[in-house]
Design a protein around this ligand. Structure first.
Ligand SMILES: CC(C)(COP(=O)(O)OP(=O)(O)OC[C@H]1O[C@@H](n2cnc3c(N)ncnc32)[C@H](O)[C@@H]1OP(=O)(O)O)[C@@H](O)C(=O)NCCC(=O)NCCS
Length: 178
């Protein structure tokens, strides 16, 4: 699949079948060593509980969920936390950028981020913030896409199989971007 064939879309509600596919994406990423808040092994029940919480926040309009699929179903996703403190209505956090290993290195994450930025603008957001494991695949992606590196926090989180890793904080001011 080429870059141009990905068509990320926003979901405003989640079916049980979509939750099941997103569970598969999350478990695959954790199996692959991604530091995305969970330890290995991530049980199916734990992953289902996570996506059910996300589904509730999506339905409440507090969170925007972007997904993309291939012939086998949902294979990539990213979220925007829209519900922010009263003094930061213009800001959203980007989180859980997850691409199943079967769909990697084909431009999917880049397409998801473009879709997330476009959704953020539609929601009136002009400042996006995220963090990623220092020097990892995701950090490289965000730097390639023009995100501004704020700095590193050593020993921020555990990797899924243990061992601390550093995180790098990034921001993107959508007012500065075409
Ligand atoms: C980080 C992650 C989201 C990237 O997803 P992805 O869909 O593979 O990302 P992209 O395809 O846009 O870019 C990845 C690489 O493929 C390359 N690429 C993109 N399109 C390509 C194509 N058509 N042919 C060959 N290479 C391509 C990119 O240049 C990039 O190269 P680099 O890693 O050497 O810089 C994915 O690895 C992942 O889900 N990791 C686990 C979860 C995680 O860590 N998430 C981040 C949380 S902050």
């Amino acid at each position: 699949m080429t870059l141009l064939s990905w068509s990320p879309r926003r979901l405003h509600s989640l079916t049980d079948a979509q939750i099941e596919e997103l569970v598969g994406v999350l478990i695959d990423c954790v199996e692959g060593g991604a530091s995305v808040s969970f330890m290995h092994p991530l049980t199916r029940d734990h992953a289902v509980a996570f996506w059910r919480r996300v589904a509730r926040e999506v339905a409440a309009g507090e969170r925007a969920l972007l997904v993309a699929e291939d012939a086998r179903g949902l294979c990539g996703t990213v979220q925007l936390t829209l519900n922010q403190p009263a003094n930061q209505p213009h800001r959203a956090d980007v989180s859980k950028m997850l691409v199943h290993r079967r769909a990697r290195r084909q431009g999917l994450a880049a397409a998801l981020m473009r879709a997330a930025e476009s959704t953020a603008r539609e929601c009136g957001k002009t400042l996006l913030v995220l963090d990623a494991v220092t020097g990892g695949d995701a950090a490289r992606l965000y730097e390639r896409l023009g995100w501004v590196r704020v700095g590193d926090i050593p020993g921020y989180a555990l990797l899924p199989r243990g061992g601390l890793c550093s995180t790098t904080v990034y921001y993107r001011n959508l007012s500065d971007c075409p």
